[in-house]
Ligand binder design. Structure first.
Ligand code: PGA
Length: 251
């Protein structure tokens, strides 16, 4: 079956990056010609840098997004940012439901789903993260957990162009560990089946990213698996050279 899926290489900078990090974005923009045109590239800097990065990246192939958003558009929510504010700063997308938000900020699947709707209200593409803990994997319940997170974190209807799913096993994030290629392929196949069952052709066209200790050394093998349409990269996205090396594994 042919689909319209364009691979996406996305860099999640988490709580890293100061104004001086603009040099890395500049390096990515300067070196992006080494990446084949059929790939999309995005960087998700900390909120303090979204406006400056969006302005620097304007007109380039690199899109900019936020790492989280509040459910509401505005109001008395000290310290929070709305999807509208990210869009206003030049963001094109937002990550929601990252495990560091689900675990560290007690975000439930219901909250994640509301954040997807908030992203769409502001015209942003949403990247929804899902993934199992080490204990859940050891107990053999990975596919059940993933299925439940898909069922509860995604809105009832989802256009493929506005929604990307990132499978990030929690134990693989920042640990240097990754599932085997067979395990990644199995989970992605299961996610594809779920989103096709739920959204039909939109589910067929929805991008499914893998995240968790992706680096240049393992990217080619992971990115060429069926139903892996790109990667969400933390540590290895901070330096232009590493990020571009991962993107360059696409030919
Ligand atoms: P990592 O992070 O690449 O540093 O493991 C991935 C993520 O949390 O998105």
């Amino acid at each position: 079956m042919t689909t319209s899926r364009r691979p996406l290489i996305a860099g999640n900078w988490k709580m890293n990056g100061l104004a001086a990090s603009m040099a890395q974005l500049g390096g990515m923009i300067a070196g992006v010609d080494s990446v084949v045109p059929r790939i999309d590239l995005m960087i998700f800097p900390p909120a303090t840098l979204v406006a400056a990065f969006a302005s620097r990246a304007r007109g380039s192939r690199i899109g900019i997004g936020g790492q989280d958003c509040h459910v509401q558009a505005d109001g008395p929510f000290t310290g929070d940012l709305s999807a509208e504010m990210l869009a206003d700063a030049g963001a094109q997308a937002v990550i929601v439901g990252h495990s560091e938000r689900r675990v560290g900020h007690c975000e439930t699947c219901a909250v994640v789903q509301a954040k997807v709707l908030a992203a769409w209200r502001a015209g942003l593409m949403a990247i929804v993260c899902i993934g199992e803990t080490q204990a859940e994997r050891a107990a053999g319940s990975t596919l059940d957990i993933i299925g439940r997170q898909i069922a509860q974190s995604l809105p009832y209807k989802a256009p493929a162009r506005d929604l990307t799913i990132a499978y990030e096993p929690i134990w693989a994030i920042g640990s240097g560990l990754t599932p085997t290629l067979e395990e990644i392929a199995q989970v992605h196949q299961s996610i594809r089946a779920s989103v096709v069952a739920r959204f039909g052709g939109e589910g067929e066209n929805m991008r499914l990213l893998y995240g968790g200790s992706v680096k240049a050394a393992n990217a080619a093998a992971i990115l060429h698996l069926e139903n892996v349409d790109g990667a969400l990269i933390g540590g290895a996205s901070l330096a232009a050279r590493d990020f571009l090396a991962i993107a360059a594994t696409y030919r």
